[in-house]
Design a protein around this ligand. Structure first.
Ligand code: ATP
Ligand code: MG
Length: 254
């Protein structure tokens, strides 16, 4: 599987040329239209009203006058989005890792998803062993992982009597932090379990799911030297276990 950074920069690269062409053509068309209008106006006065694209000339002219800036604005928007994607993939490739407490990451993720959790369930809990060793990582990217996992848990619940339970702990033997996110939601079909971390795999397409949440999360946890594991029973619920090593990562520079 390709890394998210690679995937994003690939997509940005592929979109760059067509978006550039649309923008250049729109700019040229905008200039050309200014020169064409007086000619069409003259034809209209000398030969009487005629139609363009099924509309009387004057209506069509108004329409096109508005449509051209619209075309240009949207082409600029696409170019800006592509720039943001490129910037994202640059950052993705060089995350800064710092020592941190996992519970602070979990707390921040819960705070950011608080409204969603409240809407999804009346049974939410978070328990932690009191003292946990620090891990080394990127706060923002780990937060992104737990937000994605909490979001999936919330979206899996059929009603608010079903719960979501988060726990953090320490595996002494393996020297790893374990975060578990357990939901009593709809669960995952066995045939889908292998596919859920693939980019663009989603069963929520009609509700706006992109299928990128888990593939990004999987990549981030891998970059931290950890692992992510899914246990699920259709109709019963899902437990996601994230393991993160305590030992600072060797490849860290600076
Ligand atoms: N806790 C869960 N319970 C049930 N199904 C899940 C759960 N987590 C993930 N899935 C399944 O895995 C699929 C992929 O999840 P992923 O987070 O990558 O994408 P998504 O949630 O569909 O869309 P996005 O995260 O981009 O909004 C989901 O569509 C769903 O079928
Ligand atoms: Mg998701």
């Amino acid at each position: 599987m390709v890394s998210v950074g690679t995937l994003v920069s690939g997509v940005a690269h592929e979109l760059n040329n067509p978006a550039g062409t649309i923008m250049l053509n729109a700019e040229f068309f905008s200039k050309a239209w200014k020169d064409i209008v007086p000619i069409l106006d003259r034809v209209n006065t000398s030969k009487g009203d005629y139609e363009i694209a099924g509309l009387p000339f004057n209506e069509s002219k108004e329409e096109i006058n508005q449509l051209i800036p619209d075309l240009l604005n949207n082409a600029h928007r696409i170019k800006n989005i592509i720039e943001e994607l490129k910037e994202f993939s640059r950052k993705e490739d060089s995350p800064v890792k710092q020592p941190m407490e996992i519970n602070k990451v979990i707390q921040a993720s819960i705070n950011l998803t608080n409204n969603m959790i409240k809407k999804a369930t009346k049974n939410f809990s978070w328990e932690s062993e009191e003292i946990l060793p620090e891990i080394s990582g990127s706060f923002q990217r780990l937060e992104q992982v737990f937000i994605n996992l909490i979001q999936n848990a919330c979206q899996s619940l059929s009603d608010n009597t079903h719960g979501i339970y988060i726990s953090t702990g320490y595996d002494n033997e393996k020297n790893e932090i374990i975060v578990k996110i357990k939901d009593e939601g709809e669960g995952i079909e066995e045939k889908d379990l292998k596919k859920i971390t693939d980019p663009f795999f989603t069963t929520k397409r009609s509700n706006g799911g992109t299928g990128l949440g888990l593939s990004i999360s999987f990549q981030i946890i891998k970059d931290h030297g950890g692992s992510i594991n899914f246990e699920s029973k259709k109709g019963k619920g899902t437990t996601v276990s994230v393991r993160l090593p305590i030992t600072p990562l060797k490849e860290e520079k600076g």
